[in-house]
Design a protein around this ligand. Structure first.
Ligand SMILES: [Zn+2]
Length: 349
């Protein structure tokens, strides 16, 4: 059994908007999922810390950080119809970003184990200069940018049911990051078509696998195997970070995919296979709004990465989407060939 490294819970009760689905009970449910595994000495908890400004500006504009901090300390409120902040949110968001960094630092010290970052608010919709979709700071992007600064090549697998538009945009033209997302489409935030393949310096290093409502785990797995796996193999990541949202579960109220907790176990095993060596994999909590499904999915996914056997539900299959996988593959291929054609003969960009 591998060691699980998680962050110490920083009090996030001050980041709450009564009735909003992105609520403190989510982290409690995720941690209950960890507790269910009874890891004993195989569970390591690293002290909470806030991300510093130097760390945050690797993924965000300094002016945005100033604005967000001032907005929170001014009492907060609604940033957009989905996204809120309170007086406490600035400190809590900095600790959510810091949690990922602390877990990665511990993995680097130990050179083995798997990281799980259970913190909120989530991050993958946050753009470099804007909060969005419940997200204030892009936790996984801050971690990935930090690793890139250390010379690493980072694969981000985003299996949240929503497209991680913020993460995609931050690394759009960065050749040291490969961003792979499976998500229901169309759905918030609207981006994430297969023809979005990355910028001129990173052609092909954005991989989007859009899924129709009702899609089951077998289709998700097929999309990853057929569309993403060859790109991942060629990219040869030295680190793997996962935007692990659990809102693709069939019980989740926010979307309409048909996954079970058993599917998250299978997905987790798949990402273990992408990591080049032990101690180079960390999962970041993103969405997941049905507390029971979240707890069961965290338990199943982490059990799978730790080579345990807790799996509450069988993996799902038989849903729609097989034809869309071919369509996605064709759209991606067409977009790539257009970019290659356009860049041919181009003078140094
Ligand atoms: Zn989501």
């Amino acid at each position: 059994m591998a060691t699980l490294i998680i962050n110490e819970l920083f009090d996030d009760s001050g980041h709450e908007d009564p009735g909003h689905p992105e609520r403190p009970e989510r982290v409690t449910a995720a941690l209950d999922g960890v507790r269910d595994l009874h890891l004993g000495d195989d569970l390591v908890i690293v002290p909470a810390r806030a991300a510093t400004r130097v760390e945050l500006v690797r993924a965000h504009d300094g002016s945005y950080l100033d604005e967000l901090g001032a907005f929170c300390y001014g009492g907060g409120g609604d940033i957009d119809p989905d996204t809120y902040a309170t007086y406490d949110s600035w400190l809590i968001a900095k600790h959510a970003a810091g949690a990922g960094l602390a877990v990665i630092e511990e993995l680097q010290r130990r050179k083995h184990g798997v990281g799980f970052v259970a913190a909120r608010p989530p991050g993958h919709h946050a753009l470099k200069d804007r909060a969005m979709g419940f997200c204030l700071l892009n936790n996984v992007a801050v971690a990935a940018a930090t690793l890139v600064g250390q010379g690493q090549r980072v694969l981000i697998v985003d299996w949240d049911v929503h497209h991680g538009n913020g993460t995609q945009a931050i690394f759009w033209d960065n050749p040291d990051v490969l961003y792979v997302s499976t998500h229901q489409w169309p759905l918030f935030p609207g981006s994430g078509t297969a023809s979005e393949v990355g910028g001129w310096h990173a052609i092909g290093q954005t991989v989007n696998i859009p899924l129709p409502p009702g899609a089951t785990g077998d289709v998700v797995r097929r999309g990853i195997e057929q569309i993403a796996a060859p790109v991942i193999e060629e990219f040869a990541p030295t680190w793997v970070l996962v935007s692990a949202g659990f809102d693709a579960h069939r019980a989740d109220p926010m979307a309409n995919l048909d996954l079970t907790s058993g599917d998250f176990a299978q997905l987790a095993k798949t990402v273990v296979g992408f990591a080049p060596k032990p101690g180079r994999l960390a999962l970041f909590l993103e969405g997941g709004y049905d507390l029971e499904a979240l707890r069961a999915s965290v338990r199943s996914a982490l059990s799978a990465v730790l080579e345990g056997s807790a799996q509450d539900e069988r993996p799902s299959s038989g849903g729609p989407g097989a034809e869309q996988m071919q369509k996605a593959f064709d759209e991606r291929t067409a977009a790539l060939s257009m970019m290659h054609d356009a860049s041919e003969g181009e003078v140094e960009p």
